[in-house]
Design a protein around this ligand. Sequence first.
Ligand code: PSU
Ligand code: MN
Length: 300
Amino acid sequence: MKINPIVQQAILNNQPVVALESTIISHGMPYPKNVETALRVEQMIKDHGAIPATIGIIDGEPVVGMTPEEIEEFGKRKGILKASRRDLPVIYAKKLWAATTVASTMIIANQAGIEVFVTGGIGGVHRGAQETMDISADLQELAKTNVTVICAGAKAILDLPLTLEYLETMGVPVLGFQTSELPAFYTSHSGLKVDYAIDNYQEAAQIILEKRKNNLAGGILITNPIPDQYAMDSKVINEAIEKALKMANEQGIKGKDTTPFLLKTIVELTGGDSLESNIHLVLNNAAVGAEISKEVCKQK
Ligand code: PSU
Ligand code: MN
């Protein structure tokens, strides 16, 4: 793997590093907002005193700490694949370009020695999974790979109660950052409870270090609600979600295309409003993730 020297140095010196995924760039947001956002997220992490490491795969080589030029390329190049765990060996062997999902970013971050990973939303159990068995590989990865993921909960394109059940079965702690309610990505309310609320960065770091010290393999999910001023109106967003799900169904969208299709359609249906919320919640997660990674380094 190719590790950016600044990132490598920081890891070796127990300085805070925050991993970032690239599927959100290539398949989660339209160009040029995707690139703009990715760079702003990196800046936010730096402003909070940590080092960002955006992860992607270039010519079959995992890159940890992409350059701004590489991020730009991931944002606009056509045909960049979406790589989850099962795609990795093929992409490496065929020397392809691929964006990494939550699952594959966790794998590569872990191999590089990075504990904290910030994103927008994770994949989960899709609505209708009782029939389709569409359950994101992100959930299995959280069960086995030692990386802490900070997100804004999961989108209501998913079946949130089943996603929580699945995470419970897989032994993944689901924590709320200063909340006891699972945030629902575009809004801070899902009506569902997280396992535990955590009050501050110190507590987050203590939990992470206890999990590592006691060899309790797997990830931790820290859910961080979108700030009120950027949240969507729940009626507006839920209508868009319902409509997008119906369109996906009618158009026969399946497998790994489902999540990117839904994200794109929701942005179109809300006239770009959902994209603005999405951008702000990622920035907010970046700030929290940077602070947690600092605290982990301090307490280690
Ligand atoms: N949810 C979002 N934005 C995203 C994704 C999910 O709000 O960009 C991406 C992440 O990379 C996540 C992936 O890991 O979609 C999940 O895809 P799937 O459902 O196919 O596992
Ligand atoms: Mn799926």
